[in-house]
Design a protein around this ligand. Structure first.
Ligand SMILES: [Zn+2]
Length: 342
């Protein structure tokens, strides 16, 4: 690395860990895997921001980055927050301490570090990384990313830019309603989401959906299934993916429902954005090659037939899933550096 080289950092604040990465002027990431530091969000903003700054110093040392060459930081966190990183006044699952309500995360970190900071929500950050990994940082392409976790996150990138929207709620893909009655095998099911909607993508395509809706629905029809013997439905839900991978028929059916839900959702996105690529991340594809390929094939099977021009639309797997958020945040910081000529 030349002595003049400038570096930006990506900081992904999750529920229990902060994940760091660095991106240099050549567009290379300087940390191949994960560089983690414990998150202390539950203790409120002062402690949490201090912890992010401390972890950043440690990450610089781990990656061999001269702190003086660090010129900007991209931050991403779970929402809900405004497009500028002001957390919701109502608080949220990840920011329960009362001092978080209405707190300006971006400005708080900027003043602590003395460096310009950009902000994205975690789904949008991961979507940006997935997009740039396919199309490069200078592009005019459009992609839609869906990441299956406890909930369903993701984002939409059009013309190379993140759609964050007027209030920062752009790309809240999990709460888009889908015509779920079209999915075979879930007749009579009412999939409720934590957000109050019935039949949105997250209500069928998330770990929460397995625990709350899909597993109880399928176990009611198959009371002799081994998972019925586990008293705690949350524990049973965590075993569904492993059993599905090993070929358990009921658990495969649960994942087939999730894939078809995603197929219906992607069809909606195809008709809104006519994208260059669809990207899937999270637990369902961080599996064996066989299971991942089967899942992608089932997503396609769940999509209504496409126009001839759009039939070859690729469905990609999100690369470097665990570090996607930090990488996307770093890419957003690099965008700011370019735009401001820093
Ligand atoms: Zn919802």
């Amino acid at each position: 690395m030349s002595p003049a080289e400038k570096v930006v950092a990506g900081v992904d604040l999750g529920g229990t860990a902060i994940n760091y990465t660095f991106l240099d002027e050549r567009g290379l990431f300087l940390i191949p895997g994960l560089c983690e530091h414990p998150a202390r969000s539950v203790e409120g903003p002062d402690i949490c921001i201090g912890q992010i700054a401390e972890g950043l110093e440690l990450a610089c040392r781990t990656a061999g980055v001269d702190r003086r060459k660090l010129i900007a930081v991209g931050l991403d966190t779970p929402g809900p927050a405004s497009a500028d990183g002001v957390l919701s006044k109502r608080g949220s699952t990840n920011f329960v301490h009362s001092a978080w309500a209405g707190y300006d995360m971006r400005a708080g970190l900027e003043s602590t570090l003395g460096l310009p900071v950009t902000y994205l929500n975690d789904g949008n950050a991961a979507a940006l990384w997935g997009h740039v990994s396919l199309f490069g940082s200078e592009n005019t392409s459009t992609s839609v990313s869906a990441i299956i976790g406890t909930g369903l996150g993701g984002g939409v990138i059009t013309d190379g830019r993140v759609v964050s929207g007027r209030n920062g709620f752009g790309g809240e893909l999990g709460h888009v309603l889908i015509p779920y009655a079209a999915i075979p095998g879930i007749e009579g099911l009412t999939p409720d989401c934590n957000c109050g909607r019935t039949g949105d993508l997250e209500s069928l395509c998330s770990l929460t959906a397995i625990r709350r809706t899909l597993l109880p629905h399928f176990l009611a029809k198959q009371p002799d299934h081994p998972l019925a013997a586990i008293a705690d439905i949350g524990e049973a839900a965590k075993k569904v993916r492993g059993m599905a991978e090993k070929g358990d028929v009921m658990c495969r059916e649960i994942f087939r429902v999730q894939a078809h839900a995603l197929g219906l959702f992607f069809d909606e996105m195809v008709n809104v954005f006519d994208p260059d690529a669809l990207i899937v991340g999270g637990g369902a594809v961080e599996t064996s090659d066989e299971f991942r390929d089967w899942f992608i094939t089932e997503i396609r099977a769940g999509m209504p037939s496409q126009r001839e021009e759009q039939a070859d639309l690729p469905i990609h797997v999100m690369p470097s899933g665990d570090s996607a958020g930090a990488r996307g945040a770093a890419l957003d910081a690099a965008r700011m550096v370019r735009e401001r000529g820093l």
